[in-house]
Design a binder for this molecule. Structure first.
Ligand SMILES: *Cc1c(COP(=O)(O)O)cnc(C)c1O
Length: 231
């Protein structure tokens, strides 16, 4: 077994154990393998071990890998910061965008999503830590933005995404993830929506995220190893 295959197996086991502890079915959590900075060969290895959904942060890097691996029928998720002049290749090349943090970006994605493609799945990114450096709307802005994004054509608003402030304190991890869940519940109640996605949890905090209801965990390091940049 390659180390990527072994790592994937270990991450799947962590997800299953966390689901068991949370009283949830293992199928209720989807694993998104975050392949940013890793070459197409690494993605190919993960795909050979049964992984289908991959997360990328950089448009050009993702486009190159997707082109090289076009035969593999992979599902690409954009999870990085999105500038409004870079939305077109994202609208055309991805199945999901997790990092929509303002209406202008959503409007551009909606306008640029080709009619021949399925609806583009999007998550609204929410800043749950209040750190000024983090992107994402505030929890208070969530309902209003969800209402506006939910009304756009060509997109399917699926839920919320967050990148919490890193901390080894499990209780603090859980409070940040709980805030995202509460924001989703509020959107669903106030707008009568049926949003089904909480994209939260990474290599170091996926257990806490699953305890608080994560439906997609985004895991890079634990699958592919330490990245040698600070991205
Ligand atoms: C890099 C990245 C991840 C993966 O983080 P790891 O700690 O390597 O698991 C998840 N989500 C986003 C948005 C990222 O940029």
């Amino acid at each position: 077994m390659t180390s990527i295959a072994a790592n994937l197996q270990a991450v799947r086991a962590r997800i299953a154990a966390a689901c068991l502890a949370a009283g949830r079915s293992a199928e209720s959590v989807q694993l998104l393998a975050v392949s940013k900075t890793w070459p197409a060969a690494s993605v190919r290895e993960a795909a050979a071990a049964g992984q289908r959904a991959f997360g990328e942060n950089y448009v050009q890097e993702a486009a190159d890998k997707a082109a090289e691996l076009a035969g593999l029928n992979l599902e690409w998720h954009f999870i990085g910061p999105l500038q409004s002049n870079k939305t077109r290749p994202v609208a055309e090349g991805f199945a999901w965008v997790h990092s929509v943090d303002r209406l202008k970006i959503a409007e551009r994605l909606a306008a640029q999503r080709t009619a021949a493609l399925p609806l583009l799945n999007v998550c609204l990114q929410v800043n749950v830590s209040g750190e000024a450096s983090k992107s994402g709307c505030t929890p208070e802005q969530g309902v209003g933005l969800a209402a506006a994004i939910g009304a756009l054509p060509s997109l399917r608003l699926r839920g919320l995404m967050t990148i919490p402030e890193p901390t080894a304190d499990i209780a603090r991890q859980r409070r940040q993830f709980a805030l995202l869940r509460h924001t989703l519940e509020r959107i669903n109640t106030e707008l009568d929506f049926r949003l089904d996605t909480l994209s939260m949890g990474m290599s170091d905090d996926l257990e806490a995220a699953i305890m608080e209801g994560a439906t997609i965990v985004r895991v890079g390091t634990a699958i592919f190893g330490q990245r040698d940049t600070t991205t």
